[in-house]
Write a protein that binds this ligand. Structure first.
Ligand SMILES: [Zn+2]
Length: 252
């Protein structure tokens, strides 16, 4: 269960959604994907590639803010203060950057170096507190973005570039992935809105209702963020191409 705090989560979602191919603010997607795709990804990992990406994104942005933070107090984003607030919100713990500097007698002009020491201190002497908080925020970012199939299509199309040399085989889709996708897509085909909930419970071969947004033939991966619900008729029409729809259900 996620205990959603929404601490700048929509800001990170916005960055992710707008960053494909034009991510000058926090480096490029290539930085993430180059690191991630050195090895063949496993099939349907419990931690999706999307959450790993969200974790990378949040951490990268905070690092970038610390790197460029000027020394004066007028700067409108203070990474250390942001981190203090995030830890208070997510972990209900109070940490103090200023207190840390006094306690450890750190007196450096270099903000980034001091901030990195603070991060190290939170991880090494406080049970991975920094990583835990970034992970919590990344999980919320994933929660929001996985609802947005158009984003997922872009995101998964992008993964294929880094994954050309390791084509994946079709494999059995785990029940937890099917349940997640069934609930997200409200039990209906994402193309024609046909209600598939009855079929889902009756069909022996439930695999037929689940479709790779970016097909395996086009370099898509076996990951929960690359699966959508789709009736057989629309699936046949789509065949091995990569697409989704902009059809979403009304909120009420
Ligand atoms: Zn359909």
């Amino acid at each position: 269960m996620l205990d959603m705090k929404y601490f700048d989560v929509y800001y990170f979602c916005h960055l992710a959604n707008n960053s494909i191919d034009k991510f000058d603010y926090a480096g490029t997607y290539a930085e993430f994907f180059d690191g991630e795709f050195e090895v063949t990804p496993e099939n349907f990992p419990k931690v999706s590639i999307l959450r790993q990406f969200a974790f990378w994104l949040v951490e990268r942005v905070i690092y970038e803010q610390a790197r460029t933070a000027p020394q004066d107090d007028k700067y409108d984003f203070n990474p250390a203060s942001w981190l203090e607030q995030a830890i208070k919100k997510y972990k209900n713990k109070t940490v103090s950057f200023a207190g840390f500097c006094v306690e450890k007698n750190i007196n450096t002009e270099d903000y980034l170096e001091t901030f990195n020491c603070f991060v190290e201190y939170l991880n090494d002497e406080n049970d991975n507190l920094y990583f835990d908080v970034i992970w919590d925020i990344a999980s919320e970012v994933e929660y929001i973005l996985i609802q947005n199939r158009e984003f997922l299509l872009n995101f998964n199309e992008h993964t294929t570039i880094y994954f050309q040399d390791h084509p994946l085989q079709r494999c059995y889709i785990p029940e937890w992935v099917k349940r997640a996708v069934l609930f997200r897509d409200k039990g209906c085909c994402v193309f024609c809105k046909k209600d598939l909930t009855g079929l889902y419970s009756l069909l022996d071969d439930k695999e037929k209702q689940f479709d790779h947004i970016v097909s395996l033939d086009e370099g898509g991966i076996n990951d929960v963020c690359n699966i959508q619900l789709c009736c057989q008729r629309c699936n046949n029409k789509k065949s091995a191409s990569s697409s989704t729809s902009s059809l979403y259900h009304n909120a009420y």
